[in-house]
Design a protein around this ligand. Structure first.
Ligand code: SF4
Length: 75
């Protein structure tokens, strides 16, 4: 399994993570920031456990984020 963390408060809504991982991220039309789909909130962070088949796209989202607020790790 993999862990994905998203510090949503600092998101600038650039859409890069959505392009890299459309199964994981979507832009929220209310405020223009991205949401980590089906995540749980823990203060400023949104967390999600995913299967390893999402690892590559999650990592690409992490690498593409210009403000480095996506963190992906393997359990
Ligand atoms: S790549 Fe980073 S800054 Fe851009 S929308 Fe995704 S989380 Fe927000």
């Amino acid at each position: 399994m993999i862990n994905i963390n998203h510090l949503r408060r600092k998101c600038i809504g650039c859409n890069a993570c959505v392009e890299e991982a459309p199964n994981l991220f979507i832009i929220d039309e209310k405020d223009g920031k991205s949401n980590l789909i089906d995540s749980k909130q823990n203060k400023d962070f949104f967390n999600k456990v995913e299967t390893e088949d999402e690892y590559e796209s999650a990592k690409n989202a992490e690498l593409s984020c210009p403000v480095n607020i996506i963190k992906v790790s393997k359990n």
